[in-house]
Design a protein around this ligand. Structure first.
Ligand code: PLP
Length: 408
């Protein structure tokens, strides 16, 4: 297909991509839209997602504009710009405008949801898993203690299957009938496991259990809209896989459920009846919010489905070549429903953080491949591998070569 025209500075508008995941001419053009370090092979794109050049340029313009116009901007134009960003986010997510608010990241969104959830009664319980994000587990511990509830901690089976995960969560809820609030992480930051969140949310709802979904890593890495998750309470990041400036996320509360999340104690009166009142941020990075429509535009031009397919393609390229190497454990299942870009590895028996710091260090020092170790997985620490849109098949094949050497 024709190469897209956004590799230059302007936010030009190629038609939404229908490129195949292996259309290298197309993906090279996409990669050219990113100004990134080229002296390393960076396979650690899970921290945040760098902005494409057109988005970064617009962000810098917005920083200058806001700094130049000062409160004249904030007091006269900000309200309309905020509402416009909300409208575009809601359209992209398939949500109502009054179901979302912009946050400074998934943390702020999820903290607002967990801290504000007001339906628990003393003697009930909440549930978290080993693959949940540590700060959200800590928030759930706080929530439980504050409400006089117990916290039930489960460890997700490794390896996992689609049906096995649904059955696992079902059994966990049957075994723990006092659980009334469940934290679900759509894509684990530790192993990249994508759980069948819609099915689990529906199953939990049928048992009277509410779910708070941590979608920090999923929107933009996978292609879905709000109803594909089906959850009433969700925290999103926009600065990971949507490619927005750092400091952008989103809180979602389904229409009709707002009263089940208490307002932030610091929220002003005018926000009490709105989702924005569940996370009172105070003064925000206006320029970051102003740039959200540009990030969304770029994301939509490449195409959410094409992006998701490319991520899986790059991931499958290296996994197909390395699964089965002696001593190598690939923790993330190959079922396309259960992963996107992220996949984690460890060497058999090497389960400590130090083991995996050493593996990541070796990949870097001997092979120039940058990754990160992750801890907290019940079965042991691991090394996370996360390609992004600017990575090429050569980048992931370099990892294959490295792992062949390491596995002997
Ligand atoms: C699963 C998950 N939840 C929540 C967060 C927090 O996101 P942020 O730090 O961008 O607010 C992260 C960040 O990596 C994450 O991976």
């Amino acid at each position: 297909m024709a190469a897209p025209s956004f590799a230059g500075a302007a936010l030009a508008a190629p038609s939404p991509s229908s490129a195949g995941a292996d259309d290298e001419a197309y993906w090279r053009e996409v990669a050219r839209a990113y100004d990134v370090k080229t002296d390393i092979i960076n396979l650690e794109n899970g921290y945040w997602g760098v902005m494409a050049r057109p988005v970064a340029e617009r962000y810098l313009e917005n920083v200058k504009r806001v700094n130049h116009d000062n409160s004249f901007y904030a007091r006269r134009s900000w309200g309309d710009d905020y509402r416009s960003a909300i409208a575009q986010l809601a359209a992209a997510l398939g949500a109502r405008e009054d179901e979302i608010a912009i946050t400074r990241g998934a943390t702020e969104a999820l903290k607002g949801l967990i801290a504000g959830y007001n339906k628990l009664e003393a003697g009930q319980a909440v549930m978290v898993a080993d693959l949940d994000y540590p700060e959200m587990i800590a928030m759930m511990e706080w929530r439980a203690a504050k409400s006089g509830c117990e916290i039930v901690k489960i460890s997700i089976p490794e390896p996992s299957t689609h049906d096995g995960l649904i059955a696992f969560y079902k059994k966990a809820l049957i075994d723990n009938p006092s659980v009334k609030l469940l934290l679900l992480t759509h894509i684990s930051n530790r192993t990249g496991l994508a759980i069948p969140v819609k099915e689990i949310v529906a199953m939990a709802r049928a048992k009277g259990v509410d779910c708070i979904v941590d979608a920090a890593h999923s929107w933009g890495q996978m292609d879905f809209i709000a109803d594909d998750i089906g959850a009433d309470f969700v925290g999103y990041n926009l600065h990971k896989w949507i490619g927005a400036p750092i400091g952008a996320g989103m809180i979602y509360i389904r229409k009709g459920r707002l009263d089940d999340i208490s307002p932030d104690p610091g929220a002003p009166d005018y926000d009490q009846g709105r989702v924005a009142g569940r996370i009172h941020t105070g003064t925000v990075d206006f320029a970051a919010v102003l740039t959200l429509p540009d990030a969304l535009k770029f994301h939509n031009e490449v195409g959410p489905a094409a992006k998701a397919a490319r991520f899986s393609y790059l991931r499958d390229l290296w996994v197909k070549e390395t699964r089965g190497l002696p001593g190598l454990q690939i923790l993330t299942p190959d079922d396309p429903r259960l992963h996107a870009a992220i996949t984690s590895i460890r060497m058999e028996g090497k389960t400590t953080p130090e083991d995996n710091i050493a593996l990541s260090k070796r990949l870097f020092e001997e092979f120039n491949i940058f990754t990160v170790h992750r801890v907290g997985v019940a079965a042991g620490a691991c090394v996370r591998v996360t390609p992004s849109l600017y990575n090429s098949p050569d980048d992931v094949m370099a990892l294959v070569k490295a792992l062949r050497v390491i596995c002997g």
